[in-house]
Write a protein that binds this ligand. Structure first.
Ligand code: AMP
Length: 468
């Protein structure tokens, strides 16, 4: 179905044409008519599906009539991170160029006064992170009783970041009669509960995960010892030897590692910027801009900071750490191979990562090829038997929240205690010559059925080779 059949206004159709979109994506095609019909929508979709335009385009159409009043926004969009909020604001600028709408961004890390001045002038679209929004509300600078439409975006990530109580509070502050558009990539029970409570007879639209369909991403594993300096060695070799390398996003599990790896790469003369929640907003924006413009080739990021970012032309993703959550792997590799381009995702894996790798392979439904030889079964013999998710993770993620309120909303307290850190195994360093070899398809793996159940990756089941 063409855009012209969805019920969008002429001005919005002109903006879509100017953006060069040939046809609506599935989520746009399915959601836009219902949004325009003022129905609540539950969209199970993630970034890369075109979901931002699925709500911004009909909102722009609807906002063509009516006027904003001081301190009473007409529509409210909640985003988990400042960068996502800024990205949505850019969409309004791009698609709403022909309209005189007031769009305000209410995020942590920037001056209250400027935000306050904007609110006073009256806003049609308020895009906010939950913490900073509630700060303004509590100061009495904002009334939510005029909100006609509420968008809750990336709800499952809000859950990860501990935002759900804030979301529940905000839902109770906006009028019961508002329209609600709710987007989430997954439906854990807590999210199901919220949708039952705050959506009224919603139309449910589910679109495929982009990453499971992105055949354009070549995925590889590279073995390494588990010590940070061993992994840094491997990473540098990978960056220097990767084919078709243009630029890369490098993911770490913790923001402390992001900072450490950033310093190390700069010391080794790489062109690199870092993106994590402890940086102030101007540093985060500068890092992203310089990467987008190609001024720096490497962007080192944590999951939360990089979640949902739309950077169209990324040739490589490196997982410096294997993510503890298989879902994060899918989000990470989806930063490359976008917009019809091919991409490469390489994960540095040490023996202590075996459980996480097995979960990832189970989720994506395929084994990931090893570059060079896979680790031997005895590589893992010195590794700890079980690797627990660090208890500090939830709090560290919370520390990257968009809000800037005090009272434990992110501080040095979120660092994991030494005892919680993963033990390091004395695995031998990766053989340099092996990593230089171009990636080869792995031999077909014979995966016994019991393997999936026990979450053991294939390399742990290989027979041990004993040197003569
Ligand atoms: P999103 O899932 O909202 O993060 O969108 C991902 C990317 O898809 C953005 O760069 C959009 O500019 C782009 N996009 C959105 N809608 C379309 C469309 N109908 N056709 C082509 N690209 C689109």
């Amino acid at each position: 179905m063409p855009f012209s059949k969805l019920g969008l206004s002429d001005k919005v159709l002109a903006a879509v044409k100017a953006a060069g979109y040939p046809a609506p994506t599935p989520i746009q095609e399915q959601a836009i008519p219902y949004v325009l019909a003022r129905r609540d929508v539950l969209g199970i979709a993630q970034t890369g599906t075109g979901k931002t335009a699925a709500f911004t385009l009909p909102m722009l159409t609807m906002l063509e009539t009516g006027r904003a009043r001081a301190r009473m926004p007409r529509t409210l969009i909640l985003e988990p991170t400042r960068e996502l909020a800024a990205q949505v604001e850019e969409s309004f600028v791009k698609y709403g160029a022909k309209q005189k709408l007031n769009v305000a961004l209410i995020i942590g890390g920037v001056s209250f006064d400027d935000q306050d001045a904007k609110l006073t002038r009256g806003v049609d679209v308020l895009i906010a992170t939950p913490g900073r929004l509630l700060d303004h509300f509590e100061r009495g600078r904002l009334l939510l009783t005029g909100v006609e439409l509420l968008v809750i975006d990336e709800a499952d990530r809000m859950l990860d970041m501990g935002f759900i109580p804030d979301i529940e509070r905000i839902c109770k502050l906006v009028p019961f009669t508002r329209q609600t558009l709710f987007f989430t990539a997954t439906m854990p029970p807590e999210i199901q509960r919220i949708t039952g409570q705050f959506l009224h007879n919603p139309v449910q639209i589910e679109v495929a995960r982009p990453a499971t369909t992105v055949a354009a991403i070549a995925q590889h594993l590279v073995k390494s010892g588990s010590k940070p300096h061993e992994k840094r060695d491997v990473l540098r070799r990978l960056i220097r030897s990767s084919d078709n390398f243009k630029n890369a996003i490098i993911f770490c599990n913790r923001k402390t590692e992001v900072a450490q790896l950033h310093r190390s790469l700069l010391r080794h003369q790489f062109s690199a910027a870092a993106l994590h929640g402890d940086l102030d907003q101007s540093a985060r924006t500068a890092a992203l801009d310089s990467f987008r413009k190609g001024e720096v080739k490497l962007l080192i990021a944590s999951d939360v900071a990089a979640r949902g970012l739309d950077i169209p032309d990324v040739s490589h993703v490196f997982n410096f750490d294997v993510p503890h959550h298989a879902d994060d792997y899918v989000h990470r590799i989806g930063r490359t191979g976008r917009a019809g381009k091919s991409g490469t995702a390489i994960t540095i894996a040490s023996p202590i990562d075996s459980k996480s790798l097995a979960a990832i392979e189970k989720l994506i439904g395929q084994p990931i090829a090893w570059m060079g030889e896979p680790p031997r079964a005895d590589d893992a013999s010195d590794a700890p038997e079980t690797v627990e998710r660090p208890r500090g993770r939830q709090r560290e993620r919370g520390a990257e929240r968009g809000g800037s309120r005090g009272g434990g909303r992110g501080s040095a307290r979120s660092q994991p205690k030494p005892a919680q850190r993963q033990a390091e195994s004395p695995v031998a360093r990766l053989d340099e010559a092996r990593t230089r070899q171009p990636a080869k398809s792995p031999p077909p793996r014979q995966q016994p059925e019991s393997q999936a159940e026990s979450h053991l990756p294939a390399f742990l089941l290989r027979p041990t080779r004993v040197k003569a």
